[in-house]
Design a protein around this ligand. Structure first.
Ligand code: IMP
Ligand code: MG
Length: 191
C-alpha cells in the first residue's frame, strides 16, 4: 500500500489548494492587463510533474488562454539527482507574439527552467513568466530567477500532487516525504 510508504506530510492538500488559489489571483492580476487579442497567453505545463498543479491552477485563471505541454527528462528512473534537463517532446506552435506562463512542479537545480525559457523565447514568445509550486531551499534553486513560487521547502526528496519517484506516487493528494528505504529500493514498484 502506498500509504505505508509515507514518512511525513510536508504540505497537506488543504494548504496546497489555498496557495494555488492565491497564486492564481496574483497571476490573474499581473497578466490580465496584457492578455488580449493582440497578445495571447499560452500556459506551458512541464510534463509529467506539473500536470496536477497545472490542472488546478488553470481552472482558477479566468483568462483567455491555451495550454501546451513540454516533456523534459531530468531524473531517469530511480535517480533522485538531476542528470541535467533534456527536452523530450515539445509544442512550440502558436507561441510567436504571445505571452507564456511556464508551469513546473518544483525548482531544484534550475536546469529545467534554464533549458526551457530560452527555447520558448527563441520560438517567438514576447514574454515568458515562470511559476513553480515548490522551490527547494538550496543555493542553485534560490539563485534561479522565477516569477511565482508556491512554497519554499527543505532540500529533501518529496512526492505527491504530481511529483514522482520512479513515476509512482503522483496521485497522492498531499506532498509527502517517503520513508527511508523506499528510495533506492525496489519498493516503489510494489506500490
Ligand atoms: P531542476 O531542473 O533540477 O530544477 O528540477 C526540476 C525537476 O526535477 C522537476 O520538474 C521534478 O520533475 C524533478 N524533481 C526535483 N526535485 C524533486 C523531488 O523532490 N521530487 C520529485 N521530483 C523532483
Ligand atoms: Mg518534472
Amino acid at each position: 500500500m502506498m500509504r505505508s510508504h509515507i514518512d511525513k506530510v510536508i504540505l497537506s492538500r488543504q494548504r496546497i489548494s489555498r496557495r494555488v488559489q492565491e497564486l492564481a489571483e496574483e497571476i490573474t492580476r499581473d497578466l490580465s492587463p496584457h492578455v488580449s487579442r493582440e497578445s495571447h497567453l499560452t500556459i506551458v505545463s512541464v510534463m509529467t510533474g506539473a500536470m496536477v498543479f497545472c490542472s488546478d491552477l488553470v481552472r482558477q485563471l479566468p483568462l483567455q488562454l491555451r495550454i501546451a505541454t513540454m516533456r523534459v527528462s531530468s531524473y531517469p528512473g530511480i535517480a533522485t539527482n538531476t542528470q541535467g534537463a533534456k527536452l523530450v517532446e515539445a509544442q512550440f506552435d502558436g507561441l510567436a507574439g504571445g505571452r507564456v506562463l511556464l508551469v513546473d512542479d518544483i525548482l531544484d537545480s534550475g536546469s529545467t527552467l534554464r533549458l526551457l525559457v530560452p527555447m520558448l523565447k527563441s520560438h517567438g514568445a514576447l514574454e515568458v513568466k515562470t511559476c513553480v509550486l515548490l522551490r527547494k531551499k538550496r543555493p542553485e534553486a534560490m539563485a534561479t530567477p522565477v516569477d511565482y513560487v508556491g512554497f519554499d521547502i527543505p532540500d529533501e526528496f518529496v512526492v505527491g500532487y504530481g511529483l514522482d519517484y520512479d513515476d509512482y506516487y503522483r496521485n497522492l493528494p498531499d506532498i509527502v516525504s517517503l520513508k527511508p528505504g523506499i528510495i533506492g529500493g525496489e519498493v516503489g514498484r510494489r506500490a
